[in-house]
Design a protein around this ligand. Structure first.
Ligand code: PBG
Length: 336
């Protein structure tokens, strides 16, 4: 080894030495450009029927389907940790699914009851409810399907509007259309306004790609499409300009927050969307991204904590203001 601070006589560049600013932890903290805060995190959670139920999702270790009683306890805990918002997804039993997803707008349905209970028990937590038909349909698509297997746009939007109104009536703070039907943001905004829900916001899944990264989530809800795929409504992974078109339309239709989904394979899209709008930009760190990190960590192949922080920081660096992530609780604990 060389003696401490050995150097050559002629430094390569006498003027700029970027390593000066990386010398110590304190210096690195001073010049850090991006920080991750618990305020940025939205925790997606799964609710199921019944009592005393907490069932781990096989492909998402550390994530559970909770019955309402245990969900309320868990939400109280995550709220204590400083998490401001949750995104709710319902696990609908097979015998309550049908072709047209009628349970999605049942005023006493699982989601509607859950929202009411949360708003009573923990009113300060921001509740975001998903608006899409896939958890409720026997075929697993996000829309109504005709006999040829075509996903029908405008008739689906009518159902989505009913679903959003029933969630608003239950007391949700934000509805989050995740289906990618054309015109649904505008139709939902108009209906909410007409019914007096002017303060219910819309978190629009604006640039949502037809992604293989949603696999574990579909396991969680048992909602994988029974035929075909979602490529006629969700976006093609190869497209970026189309994302900007979708964002522009959703903003014109009344979105309050726009979202890019998935996150890690779409950091360029997050970056472009951030440039294109002054609305808050959300990124969805989806189930497959979660599962990959968990699996590699279980094999002992990566430093889980560091990989989680590095991944979420990259989303913020790309421009995300908010991150929906199944790591929210773990990260809140890390940031304490
Ligand atoms: C429903 C919906 C999906 C996700 C969120 N809302 C699945 C899909 O579109 O097939 C995926 C979330 C995740 O993978 O974490 N439309």
């Amino acid at each position: 080894m060389l003696p401490a601070s050995s150097t050559t006589d002629k430094p390569l560049n006498p003027f700029q030495r970027p390593r000066r600013l990386r010398r110590t932890t304190t210096l690195r903290r001073m010049v850090r450009e991006t920080t991750l805060s618990v305020d940025d995190l939205i925790y997606p959670m799964f609710v199921m029927e019944g009592e005393g139920q907490k069932v781990e999702i096989a492909s998402m270790p550390g994530c559970y389907r909770y019955s309402l009683d245990l969900l309320l306890k868990e939400i109280a805990e995550v709220s204590q940790l400083g998490i401001n918002a949750i995104a709710l997804f319902p696990v609908i039993p097979e015998n309550k699914k049908d072709d047209t997803g009628t349970q999605s707008y049942n005023p006493d349905g699982l989601i509607q009851q859950t929202v009411k209970a949360i708003k009573q028990a923990i009113p300060e937590i921001v509740v975001i409810t998903d608006v899409a038909l896939d958890p409720f349909t026997t075929h697993g698509h996000d829309g109504l399907v005709d006999e040829k297997g075509t996903i029908l746009n405008d008739l689906t939007v009518e159902v989505l509007v009913k679903m959003a109104l029933s969630q608003a009536a239950a007391g949700t703070d934000f509805v989050a259309p995740s289906d990618m039907m054309d015109g649904r943001v505008g139709a939902i905004r108009q209906a909410l306004n007409a019914e007096g829900y002017i303060n219910v916001g819309i978190l629009a899944y604006s640039a949502k790609y037809a992604s293989a990264y949603y696999g574990p989530f579909r396991d969680a809800l048992d909602s994988a499409p029974k035929f075909g795929d979602k490529k006629t409504y969700q976006m093609d992974a190869a497209n970026a300009r189309e994302a900007l078109k979708e964002i522009e339309q959703d903003i014109a239709e009344g979105a309050d927050i726009v979202m890019v989904k998935p996150a890690l394979a779409y950091l360029d899209i997050i970056c472009q969307v951030k440039e294109a709008t002054n609305l808050p930009v959300a990124a969805y760190n989806v189930s497959g991204e979660y599962a990959m990190i968990k699996a590699a960590a279980q094999m002992g192949w990566i430093d889980e904590k560091q990989v989680i922080l590095e991944s979420l920081t990259s989303m913020k660096r790309a421009g995300a203001d908010l991150i929906l992530t199944y790591f929210a609780k773990e990260v809140a604990l890390m940031l304490l």
